[in-house]
Design a protein around this ligand. Structure first.
Ligand SMILES: CC(C)(COP(=O)(O)OP(=O)(O)OC[C@H]1O[C@@H](n2cnc3c(N)ncnc32)[C@H](O)[C@@H]1OP(=O)(O)O)[C@@H](O)C(=O)NCCC(=O)NCCS
Length: 117
């Protein structure tokens, strides 16, 4: 059974600005979002752009997982009104994310079909 779906987008320059605003920003942010194991790996790295990407990847994965696991408030709802005869839809999952000028959406459809792809 599919429990949920989640997606998250981050514009890397925005995160880089955020992380370099104060000398302590990178450390605070990394401690907030990384597990102990991830933090150990992170502290062995030194190049800023790679660090920003390392944090952004883990941040988006955790946000996406949160949306998939706890879709209790503000979960987007997609209703498919017209269905093709050969497809029987049992459930539709959707997730959206926006950052600045960008929006990303993901849809996952559960169901059955007798159509051969
Ligand atoms: C609610 C939260 C997921 C929104 O994420 P965000 O990065 O600020 O914003 P995004 O643009 O990616 O996503 C916003 C969209 O997600 C959807 N959304 C919001 N809450 C949601 C939820 N609980 N479940 C599924 N989808 C959700 C909505 O469609 C929303 O769009 P809208 O603002 O147009 O209604 C985020 O603010 C949050 O509270 N995260 C939980 C904290 C956490 O534990 N994160 C783990 C990181 S270590």
């Amino acid at each position: 059974m599919i429990l949920g779906i989640g997606i998250d987008i981050i514009h890397l320059p925005r995160i880089k600005d955020l992380l370099t605003r104060k000398p302590t920003s990178l450390l605070q942010f990394s401690k907030r979002i990384l597990s102990d194991r991830e933090l150990k790996e992170f502290n062995e790295r030194d190049e800023l752009d790679n660090n920003v990407k390392f944090l952004a990847v883990r941040w988006t994965l955790k946000e996406a997982a949160y949306k998939a696991l706890f879709p209790y408030h503000r979960k987007p709802q997609l209703i498919i009104h017209e269905q093709k005869q050969e497809i029987n839809i049992s459930n539709v999952h959707s997730s959206v994310s926006h950052d600045g000028e960008y929006v990303i959406s993901q849809v996952l459809i559960e169901g059955t079909t007798n159509k051969k792809f």
